[in-house]
Design a protein around this ligand. Structure first.
Ligand code: DP6
Length: 359
């Protein structure tokens, strides 16, 4: 039984907490889940810097907390958003057994992204990690239960995972692994762990320029995509492959072996999309422009020897990954040859970041 109940005989000053949390880009993909948001294979991501969500969670004591439901107002970019509100209400309700104090409060969430909503960038990782961090700050403020920084981050990662699997990796600076693997001591299916201290310094100065091929809503959501893995004939070999690749990628990232890094990362991106194409029903999220960009990136690498690699999320946009020392050359390559394949010429520049911050 949770002890996290406020003493209602005591007054509680209204207050608020505010976190900025980044998105992340998976290098080894989480694709397939079971139980309560548990991954079928371990995944590894870079934590980004520029693509962030700011979330403010305000609270005051509820006048009538007797019923077992969450009282919530939700504003996205200053506008009330009923669809988001309902999703968050369902999420907070699911947390009540662990955080019963939430139903003693009237909550207001104000949230906004640093990137335009039309940019076609998935915001669930930044949004759910920012909210999870707010919830942990609240718990710690009321009950002092998360004083230890590691315990705080671990709980934030668990709560983020329950909102959206990939969000649990955004809690940590530079890079994180989610999912139990012998390769990373302390790793778990329930939360991500930081691996920034296990990777070559070069990867902390890495760029991820996101080429926006389309900003349209995906035809098949990630949630539906994960579910389709259950009937996919390649599911089991895929999960085994992800484990092998994670071990290989970690080796490459420890030693700073860029060609090995790039090969695994690109293979992972194409595997993710191949899995979608051989799902039942089959679907494709890549667009002709995504492929045109991929071809040009391969050619550019062959022509210049520059170590620039691509990855894809569950969508048509292409992420260009490259070390900081190449930034001038690669940005020129993008401008001259890749922007023409982007919707409205849109490119969201991002890079490996320091993780969330409380504002
Ligand atoms: C392709 O984390 O968005 O980006 O847990 O259902 O919210 P839910 O899915 P989500 O899936 C992300 C899938 C991916 C790969 C990854 O980020 O690892």
């Amino acid at each position: 039984m949770s002890r996290l109940i406020l003493d209602s005989s005591q007054p509680l000053e209204p207050g608020s907490v505010l976190w900025r949390s980044p998105s992340n880009i998976a290098l080894i993909k989480y694709w397939g889940k079971h139980g309560i948001q548990l991954p079928r294979n371990p995944s590894l991501s870079f934590t980004l810097a520029a693509s962030c969500t700011d979330t403010q969670l305000s609270y005051e004591l509820r006048k009538d907390p007797s019923d077992n439901h969450i009282e919530l107002d939700f504003f996205f970019h200053e506008e009330e958003n009923e669809a988001f509100r309902q999703k968050i209400e369902a999420y907070l309700t699911s947390l009540l057994p662990d955080m019963p104090f939430l139903k003693q409060l009237k909550l207001t969430i104000r949230s906004g992204n640093s990137f335009p909503h039309s940019a076609g960038i998935a915001s669930s990782a930044s949004a759910m990690s920012a909210l999870a961090l707010c919830l942990c700050s609240l718990e710690d403020r009321f009950f002092g239960t998360l004083q230890d920084a590691e315990a705080f981050d671990q709980k934030a990662s668990i709560l983020a995972r329950l909102g959206s699997g990939s969000a649990c990796r955004s809690i940590f600076p530079h890079a994180a692994v989610w999912g139990a693997t012998q390769q990373v001591p302390g790793s778990s299916d329930e939360y991500a762990v930081p691996i920034g201290n296990q990777i070559h310094e070069m990867f902390k100065d890495f760029h991820d320029d996101i080429l926006i091929v389309s900003s349209e809503e995906k035809s098949v959501s990630s949630r539906a995509g994960h579910a389709l893995m259950e009937g996919n004939p390649y599911a089991e070999p895929r999960y085994a492959q992800a484990r092998t690749r994670l071990a290989q990628l970690l080796d490459a990232m420890r030693t700073g072996d860029l060609p090995a890094f790039g090969k695994i990362v690109e293979d992972e991106a194409l595997t993710l999309h191949a899995l979608m194409m051989c799902s039942n029903p089959s679907y494709t999220l890549m667009r002709p422009e995504s492929l045109a960009i991929i071809e040009k990136v391969r050619q550019y690498r062959a022509d210049t020897g520059h170590q620039v690699y691509f990855t894809l999320d569950a969508g048509p946009n292409v992420h260009l990954l490259y070390p900081g020392e190449l930034v001038v050359d690669v940005r020129k390559f993008i401008e001259d040859h890749l922007e023409e394949h982007c919707e409205g010429g849109h490119v969201q520049q991002d890079w490996v970041g320091e993780g969330p911050e409380e504002l």
